[in-house]
Every structure is written in structure tokens, then in C-alpha cells.
Design a protein around this ligand. Structure first.
Ligand SMILES: Cc1cc2nc3c(=O)[nH]c(=O)nc-3n(C[C@H](O)[C@H](O)[C@H](O)COP(=O)(O)O)c2cc1C
Length: 176
């Protein structure tokens, strides 16, 4: 049985480079894309006064509809984007007050796609994803780093990305 996946896109522009990569993966896998830029998701609040925003409905949809969650983030100042970090911070809501959602995250597979302008991914970039997956009880399928030259995906990058999709992503979603 095929598992259904979603790409959580964390760019500060909806149709930028990260979206080009997300769209490429979508074409090969039929995964859906969630564009965090189009959502109203506030930063983490210890008093949980932000419960009326889009985060909880979005998380409910994610945990009830998908088995594979791929985070696609641009690299901004050597880190994941602020939009993506806000999303991760808000997962704390699912451990403190919306515990049913937190429980449903367990066992889902996480992966990560980074998109920078530099071909080199600096050491340590992947760590928050690996450790968060571990903490949340989510198997981690790995990371693929992408970068853009003149806003287009080079043919060699497409080839490498295809290999990652076949080896890391498709082997997960055809399991079960
Ligand atoms: C605020 C900001 C910070 C950036 N910092 C980095 C960086 O540290 N390393 C890097 O390789 N590229 C960096 N870039 C370039 C972007 O990662 C790159 O252009 C990426 O493809 C943009 O994706 P997007 O169009 O989805 O935003 C930065 C871009 C911005 C806007």
C-alpha cells in the first residue's frame, strides 16, 4: 500500500526556489504541498493565546492525512527559515495541550530538503531535524541539499534529486 506524503514548504516567498524544488518532488511522488507562507501561524506562546490561528487545524490535517512529512526549507543565515522555525516551535503545542496530535505524529516518517545558494551545506544544519525526529518518535529518511543557479534547477541536480526521491522517499512510501 502506498503511503501519502506532504511537503511542508517554509519559504518566505510562495513561488521561489524552494517551491521549484517542492514542485519537482510533487511531480515525482504526487505528494501534496503545504505552503506555510500562505498560513497564519504565530510564534510559540507559553500562554497558548494563539490557538485561533491556522496551526492546530493544519496539524490536524497533516496527522490525519499523511504518513510522510518532508520539510522543504530555504537556508537563511545558515539556518532553517524563520517561518519553518515557528512551525517547529509550535509543535510544542502538540506536546503540551493538543496531545492527541502529538501522539499521532509518532511513527510518521520525516525528511528534509534544504535549498540554498551555496552548493555546500554547512555542518550542523541538519541537526535540528534529526534530533526533532528522534524526540518525536519519527523515523528520519534523510536530507537532500539543493541550490539554485539563475533560479533554475540544473540538470545534474535534477538527476541527484531523482536518485534521492527513488532511494529515500519512494522506498518508504511503498513499504507497509
Ligand atoms: C535572508 C536570506 C538569508 C540567506 N542566507 C543564506 C545562507 O546562509 N546560505 C545560503 O546558501 N544561501 C542563503 N541565502 C540564499 C537562499 O537560501 C537561496 O537563494 C534560496 O534558494 C532561496 O529560496 P527561496 O526562493 O525559497 O527563498 C539567503 C537568502 C536570504 C533571503
Amino acid at each position: 500500500m502506498n503511503q501519502k506524503g506532504v511537503i511542508i514548504q517554509g519559504s518566505s516567498r510562495s513561488d521561489g526556489n524552494t517551491n521549484k524544488i517542492a514542485a519537482f518532488i510533487k511531480e515525482k511522488t504526487a505528494f501534496d504541498i503545504v505552503d506555510l507562507k500562505s498560513k497564519n501561524i504565530s510564534s510559540f506562546d507559553y500562554d497558548f493565546k494563539n490557538q485561533g490561528d491556522d496551526f492546530i487545524p493544519l496539524m490536524n490535517e497533516i496527522v490525519n492525512s499523511y504518513d510522510i512529512i518532508i520539510f522543504a526549507t530555504p537556508i537563511y543565515w545558515y539556518s532553517m527559515s524563520g517561518i519553518m522555525k515557528n512551525f517547529f516551535d509550535r509543535i510544542t503545542d502538540c506536546l503540551k495541550i493538543e496531545k492527541e496530535i502529538g501522539r499521532k505524529l509518532r511513527g510518521k516518517t520525516m525528511g528534509m530538503i534544504s535549498c540554498g545558494s551555496d552548493s555546500e551545506l554547512k555542518k550542523g544544519f541538519e541537526m535540528p531535524f534529526v534530533e526533532s525526529a528522534k524526540y518525536l518518535g519519527m523515523p528520519y529518511l534523510g536530507n537532500f541539499h539543493t541550490w539554485m543557479e539563475n533560479e533554475i534547477i540544473s540538470e545534474s541536480l535534477k538527476k541527484e534529486l531523482n536518485i534521492f526521491i527513488e532511494k529515500n522517499i519512494k522506498t518508504v512510501y511503498t513499504k507497509v
